[in-house]
Ligand binder design. Structure first.
Ligand code: G3P
Ligand code: CA
Length: 250
């Protein structure tokens, strides 16, 4: 899984990073999703726009640079590429629809991480409607080619229950047998930080019918270790490095 796209090679969560995911042999691209002030879903990791855009130059007078305080039209004016390298100057923050269109055209799956700053039932409803709207992604959602993941289990559960068959994945800590069993009522997957992944934990998750992806793994030693531990997928900034170990995983 190409983390924020192939984010070692292009600015994270931009269309070039998603294009490079396929070129670097990923099966899916992981993207982070947030909501704008006027209710659109955009692909960006941070709550605050400053790290990955030129928002502070374009809107110096604003008191907050949070995604949720900007409209889509305002966010579309931002340069989300220059911070990474001059050749990406002018890249825009994609909408969720644009990112999914590109992944669909490239035949890649989508691992969509919903970032939740404040729980919001309207946002859950809108995302569920969005994921149900297109036949292609509805089918992908029940086949595991689209997975919705979040650190916020309450929100994840709400959306998952509103989209029949949707594969959902719980991010974050590790759980005991009973915790995993509870998660298995609404999710198909648990995705812990790679330092929390052990072979017995992978077995425990599998015993509850859950698959497991570890994140974010960039060095060869850790990639090999996670494969030996039996994970079902690896989330990485360098999908080409993981692709080199496919035969080891088979
Ligand atoms: O895919 C899991 C991973 O992306 C979670 O951490 O901070 O990179 O969104 P973060
Ligand atoms: Ca993420």
């Amino acid at each position: 899984m190409a983390h924020r796209g192939a984010s070692a090679y292009a600015p994270e969560n931009t269309l070039p990073a998603l294009r490079l995911a396929r070129i670097h042999h990923a099966d899916m691209a992981e993207i982070d999703v947030r909501r704008t002030a006027d209710g659109h879903f955009v692909v960006i990791h941070d709550l605050d726009l400053r790290r990955t855009t030129d928002v502070a130059e374009l809107f110096p007078e604003r008191r907050s640079w949070r995604v949720s305080d900007f409209t889509l039209a305002e966010i579309r004016r931002l340069d989300a590429g220059s911070w990474f390298g001059e050749r990406f100057a002018g890249e825009r923050v994609p909408t969720l629809a644009e990112a999914l269109d590109l992944l669909r055209a490239d035949g890649l799956g989508a691992l969509v991480e919903l970032k939740v700053h404040r729980r919001d039932s309207e946002m859950c409803r809108d995302l569920a409607d969005f994921l149900r709207a297109e036949r292609y992604w509805r089918a992908a959602g029940s086949e595991g080619r689209l997975i919705l993941q979040s650190f916020d289990r309450v929100t994840l559960r709400r959306v998952a229950e509103a989209v029949p068959g949707l594969h959902a994945a719980v991010l974050g800590k590790t759980y005991g047998r009973f915790g995993l069993r509870r998660i298995a009522r609404y999710a198909r997957q648990v995705n812990p930080h790679h330092l929390r992944v052990t072979a017995p934990y992978v077995r425990r998750a599998h015993a509850q019918g859950l698959t497991l992806f570890g994140w974010t793994v960039n060095n060869d030693h850790e990639i090999r270790r996670m494969i030996r531990d039996g994970v079902d997928g690896i989330i990485t900034d360098y999908p080409d490095r993981v692709a080199g170990y496919r035969t080891l995983a088979a």
